[in-house]
Design a protein around this ligand. Structure first.
Ligand code: SAM
Length: 217
């Protein structure tokens, strides 16, 4: 059980994120309409509106920290109608927020129980336009053309080549790159001449991207 009603706990959390300097009304609105307590196990509900990473499922995976979700969503600079790929569906929380910006959302998860639970949560929230794929997302989503935005919510040792190939011209790819212990959020932009530029942002700690172009396990 939450100590405060979910609406109040959510308001308090968002106020804290804003107070810490975050300033993107559209992202705050999307987060305000996405109840985080519905994306965590019952036993952790009382912590759902703390600004912390929480465990999900039985495989050592996590739901990201709300302030990191806010920052990553802002960095993506989403526009209506864009085709977006998320790697690492996890609880489905970040996907639910992305779905407030676009109806063309594709998300990939390697662990079936997490993907099935995320689908169920999205259905309950009437987020019905999301496409799901079970598999190794270090290959992106082959056969699906290019994406305007790619967001990776697991830490990679380097950028899997498929992500650059599947990124549209003018598109942005946001990925934590580094070691298993910590990564830098890195935002790549594909230019008209198909070269990419990049900027580095916060140091973050994500669970590893496990797969052919990720970590071994
Ligand atoms: N976006 C998630 C959320 O909102 O709850 C948080 C994701 S969690 C930090 C990272 C997720 O990436 C885990 O669910 C993990 O199973 C998944 N993952 C790791 N390697 C993957 C891969 N190669 N392909 C797809 N998913 C992967």
């Amino acid at each position: 059980m939450l100590k405060l009603a979910p609406e109040f706990a959510m308001k308090k959390l968002l106020a804290q994120i804003i107070q810490n300097g975050f300033n993107d009304p559209e992202v705050i609105k999307a987060m305000a309409s996405t109840p985080r307590h519905l994306f965590v196990d019952d036993a952790l509900m009382m912590k759902a509106y703390d600004d912390v990473t929480l465990p999900i499922g039985n495989n050592g995976q996590t739901i990201s920290q709300p302030s990191v979700v806010a920052k990553m969503t802002q960095l993506l600079d989403l526009k209506e109608g864009q085709k977006v790929l998320e790697i690492g569906t996890g609880s489905g929380y970040q996907a639910a927020i992305l779905a407030r910006f676009t109806r063309r959302l594709f998300t990939v998860e390697r662990l079936s129980p997490l993907l099935e639970l995320a689908k169920k949560r999205h259905k309950n929230l009437e987020l019905l336009d999301i496409s799901y794929r079970l598999g190794d997302g270090s290959n992106g989503w082959p056969g699906q053309g290019t994406f305007d935005r790619i967001i990776v919510t697991a830490g990679a040792p380097s950028v899997p080549p498929a992500y650059f190939e599947q990124l549209a011209v003018g598109g942005k790819l946001l990925i934590p790159v580094g070691t298993r212990e910590e990564q830098r959020l890195t935002l790549y932009t594909k230019k008209e001449d198909e070269t990419v530029s990049f900027n580095k942002y916060d140091t973050v700690v994500f669970v590893p991207l496990v797969g052919h172009f990720g970590f071994n396990s």
